[in-house]
Design a protein around this ligand. Structure first.
Ligand SMILES: NC(=O)c1ccc[n+]([C@@H]2O[C@H](COP(=O)([O-])OP(=O)(O)OC[C@H]3O[C@@H](n4cnc5c(N)ncnc54)[C@H](OP(=O)(O)O)[C@@H]3O)[C@@H](O)[C@H]2O)c1
Length: 229
């Protein structure tokens, strides 16, 4: 199995890579930070897996394009985990913050998926979007992030119908607060304590991804919510 993971250098993406490492998959690990990507590749190797890593800023069209060209002709699974968050009420929302979240959380997954479709169709592959509880419910202060994640849900739902005739599956995973560097950043922005024991384990989100990938036909997991108890 050829598996591409974006945001593989940290958090949920890292755990997804580790979850597939021992299964004989060929992993393609994308992120921006070379050092963190190398650390994940080492962890994958320690679990018996094989991977290729690539630094790519997904908001840069040319970088995205070059990274796609370096992939093999078939892809079985693409996990879109790269994401960013900047909280602010609409009254204080900056152009830059709104644009950054839109570009990385919604636009890049759309255009990257489009570029990967020929490879996915050849393998009757599977597209997995790491969405968020904010993709179905927007809370005060979360407008720009929730807008981008609602758009990601729309992308997944349209793509699922479009790709059904081509045998490509589409799954959205909606984690609640998950124990990752992003959640540390969220709590910093919210100004609240970090309650690690109350948050979802990133490894559990990765297990949901694995279950979706390994679901046997004719069934398919379309939407999975992983929430703190
Ligand atoms: N943590 C939560 O509570 C939570 C809850 C619901 C949904 N989510 C979603 O889950 C996904 C993963 O989040 P996480 O918590 O694992 O966050 P994380 O630990 O901060 O990881 C984010 C990943 O995105 C990558 N990334 C950021 N900007 C990028 C860019 N411009 N180009 C390419 N890659 C970029 C980062 O790469 P570098 O580090 O190499 O820059 C990193 O690998 C996100 O889509 C997030 O919205 C998270």
């Amino acid at each position: 199995m050829n598996i591409l993971v974006t945001g593989a250098s940290s958090g949920i993406g890292r755990e997804v890579a580790l979850a597939f490492a021992s299964g004989g998959a060929q992993l393609f690990l994308w992120g921006r930070n070379e050092e963190r990507l190398t650390a994940v590749a080492d962890d994958v190797q320690a679990l018996g897996g094989t991977s290729e890593q690539r630094t790519v800023d997904l908001t840069h069209e040319a970088e995205r394009h070059a990274a796609v060209q370096a992939l093999p002709d078939t892809l079985d699974v693409v996990v879109h985990s790269a994401g960013t968050i900047a909280l602010a009420p609409v009254a204080d929302l900056s152009e830059q913050a709104a644009r950054d979240q839109w570009l990385l959380n919604a636009h890049a997954p759309a255009m990257l998926t489009q570029a990967l479709l020929p490879r996915l169709r050849r393998a009757a592959g599977h597209v997995i979007f790491i969405n968020s509880g904010a993709g179905v419910h927007a809370r005060a202060g979360w407008s720009a992030y929730a807008m981008s994640k609602h758009a990601l849900k729309a992308l997944a739902d349209a793509l699922r119908e479009e790709e059904r005739p081509h045998g490509v599956q589409v799954t959205s995973i909606y984690p609640g607060r998950t124990d990752t560097p992003m959640q540390h950043e969220v709590r910093r922005q919210e100004g609240g304590p970090y309650e690690q024991e109350a948050y979802v384990n990133a490894a559990d989100v990765a297990q949901a991804v694995r279950q979706a990938v390994h679901m046997q036909p004719p069934s398919s997991m379309t939407d999975v919510h992983v929430r703190p108890r």
